[in-house]
Design a protein around this ligand. Structure first.
Ligand SMILES: C[S@@+](CC[C@H](N)C(=O)[O-])C[C@H]1O[C@@H](n2cnc3c(N)ncnc32)[C@H](O)[C@@H]1O
Length: 456
């Protein structure tokens, strides 16, 4: 029977339960939701499977030691006590990532340095040679996490954050991390919808992350299939035969098949060019259609109802938040008028802007895009909403309660900012947006584990 190990999979805050469900679907029997990740036990094969198949995780860690570390000396001693020759050749290369929170050791760089010294000193004292540091492509990446003066030292089996699927070129406006895009699709029940043949449309696709992740899911392509490597390949505990088996099984599963209609639109021709290049790099040419098209001209790609998923700009990095209210009103308008029977999902970091959509969300999820608290809102588009051209009743009620006399037409107009009245009304949104919008929601201390900060 294969040796069982304890592992820790890291994830963005808010995605832990989704990651636990994903790990269970991969065969993990005991998965426990923790802060910023999921702990699980299983064979090395399961960990390899998680590295290759998890669409949500950031890293898969193999904890080696855990001890109290109030001081640099305690940290050094704890790291020094690990039998490093079992993990790393003295002639090999290593990197140490470190993070600290709520601890006396406050400087993660200093923690990384101390831990590296302990590893290097031990191997040199025993073997007479010392490993060198390679922060980019080390043989072994060590992860040190100190929380409340307690250190956990792990091997980073992923080696690099798993969100880097390698299909995406640099550049582009505020792209979603690939694993956040996949999480949005999983929460929107895209795997079940894709199996049922439903179409998917992202009318503001930017670099194409959502359509590409949707196609990878629909085609059962492992998200890590095209990665150049993983952190376990040069690790001394690596079992090549087991890895080969896991990898070839994934290659078998990724056989081309008919996919449902998956489309991305964007108003920016540069974004469209990038998205098309990314589709090609992901090996999905001909399976994902990307088109230059403004939201206002958005058309049904097929007769059959499906999923519209959209990640509009929300003012943190793109444009001025106050100017975006009409765009959100337009999203609501397009959903209501052209997508009856579909389910809309809007992912935004500005809940105040989401109110301009003018539809009542049936469900909402709180997710984090880096340190920004975001909402994923579900809007089932029923025929009632289409008939109710005066906008949803809840909005009228709320206005009556607050005495807000903004005209209902603000939420129906295609582009309120295009008219002088519209610009005035759109301008009113500046106050709520800046008061309880993105900036006010920045986390004081991001909850993360294992150096994920640098991945954002
Ligand atoms: C936050 S970005 C989307 C990022 C995307 N999810 C990704 O991962 O790359 C928002 C996108 O909306 C596009 N956009 C803005 N206004 C638009 C409109 N009226 N019609 C269509 N696209 C629009 C922008 O060009 C931008 O690419």
């Amino acid at each position: 029977m294969a040796t069982r190990h304890a592992f820790f999979a890291t994830a963005a805050k808010g995605l832990e339960p989704l990651l636990a469900a994903e790990l269970r679907a991969l065969g993990v029997e005991e998965a426990t939701v923790r802060r910023a990740g999921v702990s699980f036990t299983g064979s090395l094969e399961l960990a390899y499977r998680a590295c290759l198949w998890s669409r949500v995780a950031n890293r898969i860690l193999l904890p080696l030691a855990s001890f109290r570390a109030e001081t640099a000396e305690e940290l050094y001693a704890g790291v020094h006590a690990v039998a490093w020759a079992e993990h790393l050749s003295p002639r090999g290369t290593l990197a140490v990532d470190a993070a600290t929170s709520q601890s006396r050791l406050t400087h993660s760089h200093y923690v990384a340095l101390k831990a590296k010294d302990a590893i290097v000193d031990q191997l040199r004292d025993r073997a007479g040679v010392r490993p060198s540091v390679d922060v980019e492509r080390p043989d072994v990446r060590v992860n040190v996490y100190v929380h409340r003066d307690h250190a956990v030292v792990s091997i980073d089996l992923a080696g690099d954050s798993l969100h880097r699927r390698t299909y995406r070129q640099r550049g582009g406006a505020a792209p979603l991390k690939e694993n956040l895009a996949a999480a949005i699709l999983l929460l929107a029940e895209w795997p079940q919808r894709a199996r049922a043949g439903e179409p998917l449309l992202d009318p503001m696709c930017g670099s194409g992350t959502l359509p590409i992740e949707a196609a990878l899911i629909a085609a059962d392509i492992a998200p890590g299939l095209h990665r150049p490597g993983f952190g376990f390949v040069a690790w001394r505990g690596h079992q090549e035969a087991v890895w080969r088996r896991v990898l070839s099984e994934a290659k078998e599963r990724a056989r081309p098949r008919r996919l449902p209609v998956i489309r991305g639109h964007d108003i920016d021709p540069g974004a469209v060019r990038r998205a098309r290049a990314n589709v090609e790099r992901a090996g999905l040419g001909g399976r994902v259609h990307i088109e230059a098209r403004a939201l206002a001209n958005c058309e049904l790609p097929v007769q059959r109802a499906g999923l519209v998923v959209v990640n509009p700009p929300y003012g943190e990095r793109l444009g001025d938040v106050a100017q975006l209210a009409p765009l959100y009103a337009e999203i609501g308008d397009v959903l209501r008028r052209r997508f009856t029977g579909w389910t809309g999902y809007v992912f935004t970091g500005a809940p105040a802007l989401a109110k301009h959509i003018g539809l009542r969300p049936a469900r909402r999820f709180i997710l984090f895009n880096g340190a920004i608290e975001c909402r994923l809102l579900q809007f089932p588009i029923s025929a009632d909403q289409v008939r109710d051209t005066a906008g949803p009743r809840w909005r009228r009620r709320r206005r009556e309660e607050t005495g807000d006399r903004i005209q209902e037409t603000e939420f129906r107009s295609q582009n309120p900012a295009a008219s002088p009245g519209g610009r005035r009304r759109a301008g009113r949104s500046r106050i709520p947006v800046s008061e309880d919008g993105v900036r006010a929601r920045r986390l004081q201390s991001p909850s993360w584990r294992g150096g994920e900060d640098s991945d954002s």
